[in-house]
Write a protein that binds this ligand. Structure first.
Ligand code: NI
Length: 177
């Protein structure tokens, strides 16, 4: 296990298209996922994509557990998602605040599809097929954007909706994602 350095916005590696994983259940794949998990936990993130630790493969992990400070926050089951395919359900879009481990200390309002069908594989090659909405749908779209070289500030419609977390929300803690 290892905590890796998370690449920050400006690094050209974050702008690449990631390659699909060709072989499941290999020691290399499990080691990558362990590194991502350790790094995400260390940084208190809600999700992380392999390109953020410099590995250009289509692997994301995400999950948001219960937090006694935010009893109303939506939980997202811990998921390792490989070679994902996202299909929006309906055209409905909603705005919401996002942060990112690669853009530390900042938050912005990003439009995302409200409802989403996604498929992919777990580390053993078992298929994943889910219909999700709300925060779960937002987190998946954010993480999978990393696999296409897209960082959330690129999706902000109005840069007035972008700023430093501690200035925007002086009395709250936030998880980065
Ligand atoms: Ni991110």
């Amino acid at each position: 296990m290892a905590i890796k350095t998370v690449l920050r916005m400006g690094d050209p590696n974050l702008l690449q298209q990631a390659e699909p994983v060709a072989q499941f259940n290999t020691p290399e794949l499990h080691a990558l996922i362990q590194d991502m998990q350790d790094t995400m936990a260390h940084m208190n993130g809600a999700g992380i994509a392999a390109p953020q630790i410099g590995v250009s493969l289509q692997v994301v992990i995400f999950g948001v557990g219960s937090n006694p400070r935010y009893p109303d926050a939506e939980q997202v089951p811990y998921t390792v998602l490989i070679n994902p395919v996202l299909t929006p359900v309906q055209d409905e879009i909603e705005d919401g605040w996002e942060g990112c481990l690669s853009v530390p200390g900042m938050r912005g309002i990003v439009p995302r599809h409200t409802r989403l069908h996604y498929t992919g594989f777990d580390p053993f090659g078992n298929s994943i097929d889910r219909l999700v909405s709300g925060f779960h749908a937002r987190v998946v779209q954010h993480e999978c954007d990393h696999l296409n070289g897209i960082l959330y500030p690129m999706r902000i419609k109005n840069l007035k909706d972008f700023g430093f977390t501690d200035v925007l929300f002086p009395n709250q803690d936030f998880q980065d994602d």
